[in-house]
Design a protein around this ligand. Structure first.
Ligand SMILES: *Cc1c(COP(=O)(O)O)cnc(C)c1O
Length: 639
C-alpha cells in the first residue's frame, strides 16, 4: 500500500478496479498518474501512451465538437498482428504443416478507411477480405492488392457478382465462391464456362454443433445458411459428373458471432475437420479450411462464458483450433490445410472509442422529511410516514411494498381532488426518502429480495450526455449489449454519485442503465460530481465492431465527427484523418428534404411575417441567418 492508500485517499488503482479497465482493456487502455485514461497502442508498453484528454484538446482546437469517434490506426495494426502471430505461434509450437490466412469480414465495419487499413496492415501476413454481397466485393476489389491473400465470397451471388469474382481470379486473386444454397452451383459453373475461368469453389456447411451466446443462430441444423450433409454429397456428385471436382478447394462454416464458450468452438472444429477429411477422401483437392467468425471480445472483462465475455484467450483459441484440426487430419493421414478464420469483432472492436461530454445532471434528491406530521393530514400520508419511521433491515421488503401501496393510494386521492398539491408534495418526499433508506439498507444484505433488484437505478442521478445511443451504440439499445463506459479524467478523485446515462434523443429508450461488472450487471455507473462550468467527459470503449453502420437517424441525430489518430513511436500523435459528421441539412436530405427548397419556403414564411408587421426587414435577415446556420450546424449539442 502506498501513502495515499494508507490515508484512505482515492487513487488511480481504485479507479482501475472500479471501472475494470485492466480487465477489458486488453493492454490498450490504462490510467495515468494524472488520473486520465491513456491509450497504449502497443499494449502494456509504458513507453508510448497518450492521454485521451490531450486528444480531446487537440480535437477542440481544430474546432470539432463532441461527440467524436476516435479511431486508433495503431490498435488495428496491433490486433491484426496479434491474431496472425497467435496462429503462427500455435502452428510452430504444435508442428502444424499448413499456414494461417485470416480474412476480415467487411460487414463488421465497412468504412473505407477501416478496409484500407486492414489491407495495408494485413499485407505482411497476407490477411485478406471476406465479402457477403456484391457491394462488398466491389469495395474489396478497389483496395485489395495482395494476390497471396484470400478473398472469400459468401452470401447470395447473382451473375454480376460471380462474373466479377471470376475476373478477379483471372487477374490472379485467390478468390473463392462459397456455395451457400444448392442452386448457386449451377450459376457458378455456367458463368465459369462462359468466361473460360476455372472457379475456386467452397462449401458452407450446416453443423450439428450449436453454440451458446447472443448471435449464434447461424449455427446448428436449422441455421438458414449452408448445406446439410446430404446436400454436400449431392454437390460432390454434381461436380464429379461435370468433371469439376478439381475446383472444390474450401470448406466453410460460421457458427455465429461472439461465442463465449471455448467448448462450443472446439466441438464445431471437430465436426468440420471430419467433413474436410471426408471431402478429401471423395477426391476433392481442398486445401483450405475456413472456420468463420465467432472469436469473442471480453467486453466486461470477466473472462467467463457470459454472453459479453469469453472463457478463453486469443492464444487459447488458436491453440485449440490448430490442435484439433491436426489430431483429426493426422489420424486419417491427410495433409494439413491452410486454416482461414473470418474474425471481425476481435479485429476491430478495440480500434474505436466514442467520446462525449456531459450536458447536465438531474440529481437524485435525498429529501429531508419532518420529524412529525401535522395532525390533520390524510390518514394515508400518516401511514406512509409510519412506514418510513419503522424501517429496518428485517422488514425492508414489507416496507417497500407498503410504501408503494400508500404512494399509489395518495396519487389516486390527488386525482379525485381529495388532497392538495402541497400535501402530495410532502408525501412524495416521504416516499423517496423511504426508497433511499431501503436502498441503503439493501447494501448491507447478502441476499437482497428480487423485488429490490433495480432499486439503485430508481434513485440514481441522470447524466444527460451529448450523443445518441441509436446512432453510436445501436447494440446497446437493440440487444442490451454491454460496453465498458467510464470517465476519461478525474480518476484520482472518488466518484461519489451513482448514475444512469441519458442521451439527447429524448426517447425513453435513449438511455444506458446496465453497466459492466465482474460478477453481474450493474444498474448504475459511479461518476464524479459535476463541477460548476467544468467539462466532464466520458468514453464508451470497444465500439469498433458492428456499431458504425447499424446506427440510425433516430430523431435525426446523424453521423458523429470521426478522427483517426496515429500514434508515433516517439509518443507524439497526429490526426491522419478528420471526417466531419452530418450537418442538419445532410440528415434532412436523407429523409428527402431539399435544403434549398426549405430555405425558399422559410424565407416566404419570414417575408409574410414582415408583411404582417410581426418582424422588421432587418429581423428577417437575422432570422434567415439563424435558420441557415441551423441547417449547416452539427446535429448534436454545439458549444
Ligand atoms: C458476421 C460474419 C463473420 C464475422 O464474425 P465475428 O464474430 O465478428 O468475427 C464471419 N463470417 C461470416 C460468414 C459472417 O457472417
Amino acid at each position: 500500500m502506498n501513502k495515499a492508500e494508507l490515508l484512505g485517499r482515492w487513487t488511480k488503482e481504485k479507479s482501475e478496479e472500479l471501472y475494470g479497465i485492466k480487465n477489458w482493456g486488453a493492454g490498450y487502455f490504462s490510467i495515468s498518474d494524472k488520473g486520465e485514461v491513456l491509450v497504449n497502442p502497443y499494449k502494456d508498453s509504458d513507453s508510448v501512451a497518450i492521454s485521451l484528454m490531450d486528444i480531446i484538446s487537440g480535437v477542440r482546437e481544430r474546432g470539432l465538437d463532441m461527440p467524436v469517434l476516435l479511431r486508433f490506426e495503431n490498435i488495428l495494426d496491433s490486433q491484426i498482428s496479434y491474431l496472425n502471430n497467435s496462429f503462427g505461434d500455435a502452428m510452430r509450437k504444435l508442428g502444424y504443416k499448413g499456414e494461417y490466412r485470416g480474412v476480415y469480414p467487411i460487414k463488421v465495419n465497412q468504412q473505407q478507411q477501416v478496409i484500407e487499413e486492414v489491407t495495408k496492415f494485413g499485407q505482411r501476413y497476407h490477411h485478406g477480405l471476406e465479402v457477403g454481397s456484391k457491394a462488398e466485393l466491389v469495395a474489396a476489389l478497389s483496395l485489395m492488392k495482395d494476390k497471396e491473400a484470400c478473398l472469400i465470397c459468401n452470401g447470395y451471388k447473382d451473375e454480376e457478382f460471380i462474373d466479377l469474382g471470376l475476373y478477379a481470379i483471372k487477374m490472379g486473386f485467390k478468390c473463392f465462391f462459397v456455395i451457400e444454397i444448392p442452386g448457386e452451383l449451377d450459376i457458378v459453373l455456367e458463368r465459369s464456362q462462359a468466361l473460360g475461368v476455372q472457379p475456386n469453389i467452397g462449401i458452407r456447411i450446416k453443423l450439428a454443433a450449436k453454440a451458446g451466446g447472443h448471435w449464434t443462430e447461424s449455427g446448428g441444423d436449422r441455421s438458414i445458411f449452408g448445406l446439410n450433409v446430404s446436400q454436400v454429397i449431392e454437390m460432390v456428385d454434381a461436380l464429379k459428373e461435370r468433371n469439376m471436382l478439381s475446383s472444390l478447394k474450401l470448406l466453410h462454416y460460421h457458427l455465429g458471432s461472439q461465442i463465449p464458450n471455448i467448448r462450443d468452438i472446439r466441438s464445431a472444429v471437430v465436426e468440420a475437420a471430419r467433413v474436410y477429411a471426408e471431402l478429401v477422401r471423395e477426391g476433392a483437392p481442398m486445401g483450405y479450411l475456413d472456420l468463420g467468425g465467432g472469436l469473442a471480445v471480453d467486453y466486461d472483462g470477466s473472462n467467463t462464458n457470459y454472453p459479453y465475455s469469453r472463457n478463453y484467450t486469443v492464444e487459447e483459441y488458436c491453440m485449440d483450433i490448430v490442435e484439433t484440426v491436426m489430431s483429426i487430419l493426422d489420424s486419417s493421414n491427410i495433409p494439413h490445410p491452410i486454416i482461414v478464420t473470418e474474425s471481425g469483432r476481435t479485429t476491430v472492436a478495440y480500434y474505436s472509442v466514442l467520446l462525449f461530454n456531459v450536458l447536465d445532471v438531474e440529481r437524485f434528491e435525498e429529501y429531508d422529511i419532518p420529524d412529525k406530521l401535522d395532525d390533520n393530514v390524510a390518514e394515508q400520508i400518516k401511514n406512509l410516514f409510519e412506514v418510513n419511521k419503522n424501517l429496518n433491515l428485517k422488514n425492508i421488503q414489507e416496507c417497500y411494498n407498503d410504501a408503494l401501496y400508500y404512494r399509489d393510494e395518495i396519487r389516486d386521492m390527488f386525482k379525485h381532488g381529495r388532497i392538495s398539491l402541497r400535501e402530495r408534495s410532502v408525501s412524495e418526499k416521504i416516499f423517496w426518502n423511504t426508497i433511499n433508506q431501503i436502498a441503503k439498507e439493501k447494501q448491507k444484505m447478502k441476499n437482497a429480495p428480487p423485488d429490490l433488484e433495480d432499486i439503485e437505478s430508481a434513485i440514481a442521478d441522470i447524466y444527460y450526455c451529448n450523443f445518441s445511443v441509436f446512432q453510436s451504440i445501436p447494440d446497446s439499445w437493440a440487444i442490451d449489449q454491454l460496453f465498458p463506459i467510464m470517465p476519461l479524467h478525474r480518476l484520482l478523485e472518488m466518484p461519489k454519485r451513482e448514475a444512469v446515462i441519458a442521451d439527447i434523443t429524448c426517447d425513453c429508450d435513449g438511455k444506458i442503465d446496465r453497466f459492466i461488472d465482474l460478477h453481474d450487471v450493474r444498474n448504475t455507473l459511479p461518476l464524479h460530481e459535476m463541477k460548476n462550468g467544468d467539462d466532464y467527459y466520458l468514453g464508451v470503449f470497444l465500439v469498433g465492431a458492428y456499431q458504425e453502420t447499424l446506427g440510425d437517424l433516430h430523431n435525426l441525430f446523424g453521423d458523429t465527427n470521426v478522427v483517426s489518430v496515429r500514434i508515433n513511436p516517439d509518443g507524439s500523435f497526429e490526426f491522419v484523418r478528420e471526417i466531419h459528421g452530418d450537418s442538419v441539412a445532410d440528415v434532412l436530405s436523407y429523409v428527402e428534404f431539399d435544403p434549398k427548397d426549405m430555405l425558399v419556403n422559410f424565407r416566404k414564411t419570414a417575408e409574410e411575417a414582415v408583411r404582417d408587421g410581426l418582424i422588421s426587414a432587418s429581423d428577417r435577415r437575422e432570422i434567415m441567418r439563424a435558420y441557415d446556420n441551423g441547417l449547416r450546424g452539427y446535429t448534436y449539442y454545439e458549444r
